[in-house]
Design a protein. Structure first.
Length: 334
C-alpha cells in the first residue's frame, strides 16, 4: 500500500498584498505631508513660506479630503483622524471669513458701486477691459498695473462716462495705478507708504476711497514689505477716521493676501474695516484662466467701514490678465 503523498504546495499571489502595502505607504506619506504643512501654517505671522501655505488653505482642504478617503480605503483610521484634525485647522481659519454679514434686506438702490481691476501691465486686451467696465458700470473703478497705453486708451474711450480721474501709470514694473470716477472728487491725491509705489486716496460723494497694491509676499523681503504696507495703511485709515469720524471708508485693490491669512485678519482689525462680500465669496480672483494654478487665489478685495453694507458682490470674467475684477454695491446702514 502506497503512502499518501502530501498535496502540492500552492504559492498565493503576492501582487495584491504588495499593492496594498504600497497604498498604505502612500497614505502614511500623504498624512505626514498634510500634518507638516498644517503645522507650518501656524507660523504664518512670522515666516513667508508659512504664510504662503496659509494662503493655500482651500487647496489644502481639497487635498486633505482626498487623503482622508485614501486612509479610510486602506483602513488606516488613525491617519484618517490626523488628516481630519488638519482639515479642522484650515476650515476654522476659512470659516471666520465665510460668516455672512448682517444685512438690512431689500431697500433702496445701492448708493455706490465700486470696482477694482488688476489688468496686468503687459495686457493689450484693451477692448475686453473697456467692455468689462461698461458692463459693470461702476461709479468708481480702480485700475491696478495701469500702463501708459491703457491710461491713454481709457481716457479716449471712457472720458465721457468717467470724466474725473487721477492716474499714475507705469510701464516698467507692475505698480501703475489709477482711479476713474463718474462723479467729481472733493479731493484726490497719490501717496506712498513703505515702497516707491503709488497708492491713491480720493473723496467722492462723501466716501473716502483708497486704491492700493502692495508687493507680493514672495521671499522674506516681499513678505515684510507687504505686511508693513498693510500696517501703515491701517494707521493712515485710523488717522483719517479720527479727523472725520462719520466718513465711510472703502479700500480696494490687489492686496496680495487671501482672507485665510492671519495678516488679512490683522489688517481688518487694525483698520476697522471688513471685507465686502456676499455668500461664500471664495471665487478666485488671481490666475483667472485656471490653467496655470489649480483653483487660484482670492487676492483682490474691497473692504468697507462698519457703517456700510455690501448689497452685491461680483467677480468678473477673464480680461486678458492673470486677475479678475471685483465689484460691489455698497450702501449706508440706517
Amino acid at each position: 500500500m502506497n503512502e499518501l503523498s502530501d498535496p502540492p504546495h500552492i504559492e498565493t499571489p503576492k501582487r495584491s498584498s504588495g499593492l496594498t502595502e504600497a497604498v498604505v505607504a502612500l497614505a502614511r506619506l500623504a498624512s505626514l505631508a498634510v500634518l507638516l504643512v498644517t503645522f507650518a501654517t501656524l507660523f504664518a505671522r512670522w515666516f513667508w513660506v508659512s504664510d504662503l501655505l496659509a494662503n493655500l488653505r482651500t487647496q489644502q482642504l481639497i487635498a486633505i479630503v482626498a487623503v482622508i478617503a485614501l486612509c479610510t480605503l486602506v483602513r488606516q483610521s488613525r491617519l484618517a483622524w490626523i488628516a481630519a484634525a488638519c482639515f479642522l485647522v484650515h476650515f476654522a481659519s476659512i470659516f471666520v471669513q465665510l460668516i455672512p454679514d448682517p444685512t438690512t434686506g431689500p431697500g433702496g438702490e445701492p448708493s455706490l458701486r465700486v470696482m477694482t481691476m488688476n489688468v496686468l501691465t503687459g495686457n493689450r486686451s484693451y477692448r475686453q477691459i473697456v467692455e468689462e467696465i461698461r458692463d459693470v458700470d461702476p461709479d468708481v473703478v480702480a485700475i491696478l498695473e495701469l500702463s501708459r497705453g491703457l491710461d491713454d486708451h481709457l481716457s479716449d474711450r471712457l472720458s465721457l462716462q468717467y470724466p474725473h480721474a487721477l492716474t499714475r501709470p507705469e510701464d516698467h514694473g507692475n505698480f501703475g495705478i489709477g482711479i476713474y470716477s463718474k462723479h467729481p472728487f472733493a479731493d484726490a491725491h497719490a501717496f506712498e507708504l513703505n515702497e516707491d509705489i503709488a497708492s491713491i486716496e480720493a473723496e467722492c460723494l462723501g466716501y473716502r476711497l483708497i486704491a492700493t497694491h502692495p508687493l507680493p509676499p514672495m521671499g522674506a523681503r516681499g513678505f515684510r514689505s507687504r505686511n508693513e504696507h498693510l500696517a501703515l495703511l491701517a494707521e493712515r485709515i485710523d488717522r483719517g477716521r479720527k479727523r472725520v469720524p462719520e466718513q465711510p471708508i472703502i479700500v480696494m485693490g490687489d492686496l496680495n493676501v487671501t482672507p485665510w491669512s492671519p495678516h488679512f485678519g490683522e489688517f481688518e482689525r487694525r483698520s476697522g474695516l471688513r471685507r465686502a462680500k456676499q455668500g461664500l465669496a471664495v471665487t478666485p480672483t488671481w490666475y483667472a484662466g485656471g490653467s496655470r494654478f489649480p483653483m487660484g487665489l482670492v487676492l483682490d478685495h474691497i473692504l468697507i467701514s462698519p457703517s456700510l453694507e455690501c448689497a452685491s458682490y461680483r467677480v468678473g470674467p477673464g480680461i486678458g490678465s492673470d486677475h479678475r475684477s471685483v465689484s460691489v454695491d455698497v450702501r449706508r446702514l440706517p
